[in-house]
Design a protein around this ligand. Structure first.
Ligand SMILES: [Zn+2]
Length: 91
């Protein structure tokens, strides 16, 4: 019996927490569960990394799925359309 990893959660625990981490990010966890998951993330760096990664992915997806495209992008598209129109009329 080794005590090297005495305070570290086992993989099984992390697998169990992963699902709850996803739900925490989706704001689908109950108040009590949130505290439990956050406490685990605080003490488990692999889960913290997963949490950060998932949050980043969510943020990117949310941004790219938002109804209005960023002004910058719309401006680029507008300019491109004008260029194409110019090309067409010059031919
Ligand atoms: Zn963990």
């Amino acid at each position: 019996m080794t005590h090297d990893h005495g305070t570290e959660p086992t993989n099984e625990e992390c697998v169990d927490f992963l699902e709850r981490i996803m739900r925490l990010i989706d704001n689908e966890l109950e108040e009590g569960d949130c505290a439990v998951v956050r406490a685990h993330i605080d003490t488990c760096s692999p889960c913290l990394e997963r949490y950060d990664l998932q949050r980043t992915v969510k943020a990117i997806v949310a941004r790219s799925c938002s109804e209005t495209a960023p002004v910058e992008l719309r401006e680029r598209v507008r300019v491109r359309i004008q260029q194409i129109q110019v090309e067409i009329t010059e031919e």
